[in-house]
Design a protein around this ligand. Structure first.
Ligand code: AMP
Length: 223
């Protein structure tokens, strides 16, 4: 099964992605997380992408598109949930073409809707686990709240060290990411609408509901 996950930054897309990945045994492919791994590892790709990520701009397509398509191809057998890509109409078209060429079918498009101001507030409270990107932590949500150990907040799943992302604490970078997301002409909403105009099944969920309610709704719709 292959799923595309859409939702503004801060909508809970990563949290739901981690739940769906576990339930259906899929690979969870997050373009942003792949970039952060490259930056951590000091690779050439990471060095090229770093400044764009810090400012909340899109990394150029000639870097992003091949990187994501190569990762998807490796998960062809297992199936995937793709998060953070496509973020523009051009990326949507490139993905659609690549899927058709490689014989991979898209089963669902999941869209978490959330008001921009609420999404912005949520971004600032999330914390990254040093050990596993699929361990979501958020200081404002009881269900995924970090735990305290020796006076420090640590990952609620594995006790790992937590950090904040620089682009999550920078209001200008957040605004830029949301401008890109809500742009219906060439941005991410244009990519969402591109897939809505195909015959793929759409799973639309309201991002203001609880983590449990949203995951139950998604699973009900997948069946
Ligand atoms: P995210 O973790 O999804 O918030 O992504 C963090 C950053 O990685 C974004 O602000 C972009 O700079 C970059 N990025 C992630 N996905 C893409 C994409 N599909 N196209 C271009 N840049 C991306």
């Amino acid at each position: 099964m292959n799923i595309l996950a859409f939702g503004p930054n801060g909508s809970g897309k990563g949290t739901q992605g981690a739940i769906v990945k576990e339930k259906y045994g899929l690979d969870h492919i997050e373009s942003g997380a792949i970039f952060r791994e490259h930056i951590k590892g000091g690779t050439e790709l990471g060095m090229k992408a770093k400044a764009f990520i810090e400012s909340g701009d899109l990394v150029p397509d000639e870097i992003t598109i091949p990187m994501v398509l190569e990762t998807l191809a490796k998960s062809k057998e297992k199936g995937w949930l793709l998060d953070g890509f496509p973020r523009s109409l051009a990326q949507a078209e490139a993905l659609d073409k690549a899927l058709k060429e490689s014989g991979m079918a898209l089963d669902y498009v999941m869209e978490i809707t959330l008001d921009r101001e609420i999404a912005k507030e949520r971004i600032m409270g999330r914390r990254l686990c040093a050990n596993d990107n699929n361990h979501p932590n958020h200081i404002a949500f009881e269900a995924i709240k970090p735990v305290e150990k020796d006076g420090e907040l640590v990952c609620r799943v594995c006790g790992g060290e937590l950090s904040t992302r620089a682009d999550d604490q920078d209001e200008e970078a957040i605004n830029k990411r949301h401008d890109i997301y809500y742009d219906e002409t060439t941005g991410t909403m244009a990519a969402v609408n591109y897939f809505k105009n195909t015959d793929v099944k759409i799973i639309a969920v309201d991002g203001t509901k609880t983590i449990k309610e949203i995951s139950e709704e998604i699973m009900q719709q997948i069946g």
